[in-house]
Design a protein around this ligand. Structure first.
Ligand SMILES: Cc1cc2nc3c(=O)[nH]c(=O)nc-3n(C[C@H](O)[C@H](O)[C@H](O)COP(=O)(O)OP(=O)(O)OC[C@H]3O[C@@H](n4cnc5c(N)ncnc54)[C@H](O)[C@@H]3O)c2cc1C
Length: 397
């Protein structure tokens, strides 16, 4: 791994700084809720046009079409954080479905779905979990029978984030009920306006409804909306999960939080002394900063491996666990820095930063579960990463 920047990359950095200075007035505020605002869509489009988002996605699919370059990727992250600029949109469509389609989709699917998804105009949700299938996802029982032209879906999904906003769902259904459970699954792209779909909100511990139950009653999906072959959805699903775990453990999220916490610690005082000068708090911050730096170095190791067409192995398997735990610890530090005001929640007149930290603390705890729980991540690291003996499986699996 070479961490130095050559003259060519320093030129890239200078151009990016000039771009960010010129467009400072267009920085849009990102919100966790709702569809992206018109300002966020305009910012996303500007980033793509200039090669600072969707940089390596081919132009034919609405990206910028550059060759992979880990130093450019690193410089983009550094400069966006430095300028306090919003990052490119990252949602289940952009970060999970797009790379899956690039890897395994048909040409017509890539052309139809990737461009509007990258622009933030087409919102996707992920229909994997069911009431009887979470960690043991392959036990899913939402079934699809077929007629000449369509799959016909019946069943239920649960914990489906953003289903209430989504245009489309990438969904796992059981197409072969007699096949062994990992082999009877297909991966379908479903229009959320199809007749027979009902979305019911579920409230999380943030107090808001970020995810949902989704019910399917005789929902008709064209056969052409399958990704990969019939019965091979488990393979496609795992390609998506790989990208989901990378998205959830993205080191940019931790680094952006650290910058905000440093500002907070400069602003907040106890007995007339800034918290940034308090050795206990500074020590705690530096420990977390060291973890974030380790995550960043690991991410560069993964990018290096990806550019060489390699998998990354253990380095990839630790990202979700480490990144999500770290984000939650950072939220906890921010709440402690706020002192007694950290115990307030939405609705209080005394909230700092609109209650952003309290809300993140609740939300990020959920992300330690979503996309595969911490316990499951540890099993994967132990078994696939470290080669330890597999845990006992039930006879059925
Ligand atoms: C905020 C959030 C957003 C989500 N968004 C989505 C979404 O958009 N789409 C979607 O499909 N799903 C989504 N999920 C669902 C998520 O993927 C599941 O909650 C998760 O996979 C766990 O499944 P489960 O809830 O059924 O728990 P279970 O699988 O029933 O697990 C219960 C407990 O047992 C532990 N456990 C289970 N098996 C083992 C094992 N073999 N070894 C050790 N411990 C084990 C688990 O770690 C957990 O603590 C979301 C969840 C959350 C919290």
């Amino acid at each position: 791994m070479n961490l130095s920047y050559d003259a060519e990359h320093e030129v890239f950095r200078t151009q990016l700084r000039a771009f960010l200075d010129a467009h400072r007035g267009q920085f849009a505020t990102t919100t966790a809720e709702g569809r992206p605002s018109p300002q966020m869509l305009a910012w996303q489009r500007l980033l793509i046009e200039n090669g600072y988002a969707a940089r390596t996605v081919p132009r034919a699919y609405g990206g910028f079409g550059a060759d992979p370059d880990i130093l450019c990727a690193q410089i983009i992250s550094e400069e966006l954080i430095r300028a306090g600029a919003p990052f490119p949109l990252a949602n289940q469509g952009i970060s999970m479905l797009v790379p899956t389609l690039l890897e395994l989709g048909r040409e017509d699917q890539k052309r139809a779905y990737i461009p509007p998804t990258l622009r933030g105009e087409m919102i996707w949700c992920q229909g994997y979990s069911e009431p009887g299938a979470g960690s043991d996802l392959a036990s899913l029982s939402t079934r699809a029978r077929e007629d000449a032209t369509h799959f016909i879906i019946n069943g239920q999904k649960i914990w489906t984030s953003t289903a209430h906003l989504a245009d489309m769902m990438f969904c796992l259904v059981r197409t072969e009920s007699d096949a062994p459970k990992h082999q009877g699954i297909s991966y379908l792209l479903i229009d959320m306006t199809s007749p027979g779909i009902e979305v019911r909100p579920l409230r999380t511990m943030t107090g808001h409804s970020e995810f949902n139950e989704v019910f399917f009653t005789d929902v008709r999906v064209p056969k052409s909306n399958i990704v990969g072959e019939r019965g091979q959805g488990w393979f496609v699903a795992n390609a998506t999960l790989k990208h989901e775990r990378g998205m959830l453990g993205d080191p940019n999220m931790a680094e952006a939080r650290i910058q905000s916490i440093i500002t907070l610690m400069r602003d907040e005082q106890v007995d007339g002394r800034r918290l940034i000068d308090n050795p206990l708090y500074r020590d705690r911050l530096m420990r977390l900063q060291a973890q974030a730096l380790a995550l960043r170095c690991n991410a560069m190791r993964l990018l290096t491996a990806a550019a060489a067409g390699e998998d990354g192995g253990l380095a990839r398997l630790v990202v979700k666990l480490e990144g999500c735990e770290l984000n939650h610890q950072l939220d906890g530090l921010a709440i402690d820095v706020l002192g007694e005001l950290g115990a307030l929640y939405e609705g209080s007149a005394h909230l700092r930063a609109g209650g952003r930290w309290q809300r993140s603390f609740m939300f990020d705890l959920g992300l330690i579960i979503g996309g595969g729980t911490a316990q499951i991540q540890k099993n994967i690291i132990a078994e696939r990463g470290l080669g330890l003996p597999r845990e006992p499986r039930s006879v059925r699996s």
